[in-house]
Ligand binder design. Structure first.
Ligand code: MG
Length: 170
């Protein structure tokens, strides 16, 4: 299965309602670690306002995280004022399916945004949802991600070189 994302963005904040609506998307599933927060749990600057604007524009947002650390994920969810699913086991489908139920949307109308090919993008592809790879926030990864990251980076570099890859350039 192809694990290239539909779109690559250098920050989650570059995802806007215009872009989503253009692709018939009215829901956004968000990863947390290295997408919305860095290793030290610092939220991306301006994320609250960014999320608020999306919601005001009619985009339903939800967090789907593989983390089992409730306090960490809940803190982010509260700041963004959105629901969350913990221990989602991405790229498996169960967490995504639950999210779709909560959003009351069909997979073809939902985008998944995250920093990892083997969880976020692969999961989105398996669900037939729109996939957005987000450049990781910060350099530092949790242990398991650290192992996968060089492989992912090699694939991403190949993708970015590919003609026609959809990338935001800022
Ligand atoms: Mg992540």
């Amino acid at each position: 299965m192809n694990i290239y994302p539909d779109l690559y963005v250098t920050s989650v904040k570059n995802i806007n309602s215009e872009l989503l609506k253009k692709n018939n998307l009215s829901g956004l599933i968000l990863d947390v670690d290295n997408t919305l927060i860095d290793y030290y749990r610092k939220l991306v600057d301006g994320a609250e306002q960014w999320c608020e604007e999306l919601k005001n524009d009619g985009i339903k947002c939800i967090i789907v995280s593989n983390s089992h650390k409730r306090d960490k994920i809940e803190t982010v969810a509260k700041k963004l004022n959105i629901d969350y699913i913990l221990f989602a086991k991405k790229p498996f489908k169960s967490g995504f399916k639950k999210a779709l139920e909560m959003l009351e949307l069909k997979p073809e109308n939902v985008a998944v945004a995250g920093d990892q090919l083997f969880t976020d993008v692969l999961g989105a592809r398996r669900m037939k949802m729109f996939s957005i790879l987000v450049k990781q926030v910060g350099e530092k990864d949790i242990f398991i991600t650290k192992i996968k990251r060089p492989i992912e980076n090699a694939i991403v570099r190949r993708y970015l070189k590919k003609k026609g890859a959809k990338i935001d350039v800022f």
